[in-house]
Every structure is written in structure tokens, then in C-alpha cells.
Design a protein around this ligand. Structure first.
Ligand code: FES
Length: 151
């Protein structure tokens, strides 16, 4: 094989490998924008979501279940000892968590912050757009569970 034939063959092979890699990378759904938002859709209005009280024995404990974020704010097993709200940030779908030490709900994607009533304390950081107040769900104690009704 002559030098020109060899280089031509190697070049074609290299182009095919690179093109294949680009197709795989581009079709993976990664937009290169960092942390991908969760894909859990919010539950529809009227949906009832419950979790066992035993999963949140201490003030500050939290559980996310079926699109609802529950967290304990006081001792005792009455409905007022807990908050139930959305688990997905209304801005762009980041996961919401209760930060007991900061006494607020924080988005893990762009770090918006909300208080226990759902009011916005801080909007999205390093991202365009704004967010809205979180929905706070009605809840009842049902046996050993707390049940929220999505609104
Ligand atoms: S997704 Fe929550 S602040 Fe952007």
C-alpha cells in the first residue's frame, strides 16, 4: 500500500469514528448545561399522597413522595407539625429540599429559596426567568400516616 492510499484509508476510518461519537453524544439528551432536572411530573390536582409518620420522627426530617415534599417543623403527630408542598421547583424543575438549618425550602438547580408558606425569598441564581410561590397542600393525619391533597 502506498503512502497516499494508507492515509486516505485511515482518514476515512477516523471520520466515521468521530461522526459516530458525535451522533451518540448528541442523542444522549445531555445538553451540556450541568445538572439535569428531575423528570418526575407534578401530581394532578386532587391526588392524595401519604407517607408514614415514622419516616419523619425528628424536627427537620423530610420525605419526598410522588411529587410531594413533606417535612416536619414541630414535635407531635398533628397535621400542623408538618408542611407538604411541591417537590419540583416551578422555575425549571429542580429538586426542592427543606433546609432546616436555614429555615427555608431550597431548589438544588438554581438555588431559589422559599419560606414555609411557599413565598419566594430568593429567585433563581445565575439563570434567567423568575419563579412563583410554591403551593402548600392541605394535610390530615390518617392513622400512622400524613396525607396531603395536591391542589
Ligand atoms: S429550577 Fe429552581 S430555581 Fe431554577
Amino acid at each position: 500500500m502506498k503512502r497516499d492510499e494508507f492515509l486516505s484509508t485511515v482518514s476515512r476510518g477516523l471520520i466515521l469514528v468521530c461522526a459516530g461519537s458525535c451522533v451518540v453524544a448528541c442523542s444522549s439528551g445531555d445538553d451540556g448545561g450541568g445538572i439535569a432536572p428531575p423528570v418526575t411530573p407534578p401530581p394532578s390536582s386532587g391526588t392524595k399522597v401519604s407517607v408514614a409518620l415514622s419516616r419523619m420522627p425528628n424536627i427537620g426530617d423530610q420525605v419526598t413522595s410522588n411529587g410531594v415534599l413533606f417535612f416536619r417543623i414541630a414535635a407531635g403527630d398533628s397535621a400542623s407539625s408538618f408542611i407538604a408542598t411541591e417537590s419540583v421547583c416551578p422555575h425549571q424543575g429542580g429538586a426542592l429540599v427543606w433546609k432546616a438549618t436555614d429555615n427555608n425550602i431550597q431548589c438544588q438547580l438554581h438555588f431559589a429559596e422559599y419560606d414555609k408558606t411557599g413565598a419566594v425569598l430568593q429567585g433563581p441564581q445565575n439563570s434567567s426567568g423568575s419563579t412563583r410561590m410554591l403551593k402548600i397542600y392541605a394535610k390530615v393525619i390518617d392513622g400512622g400516616n400524613i396525607e396531603a391533597t395536591v391542589s
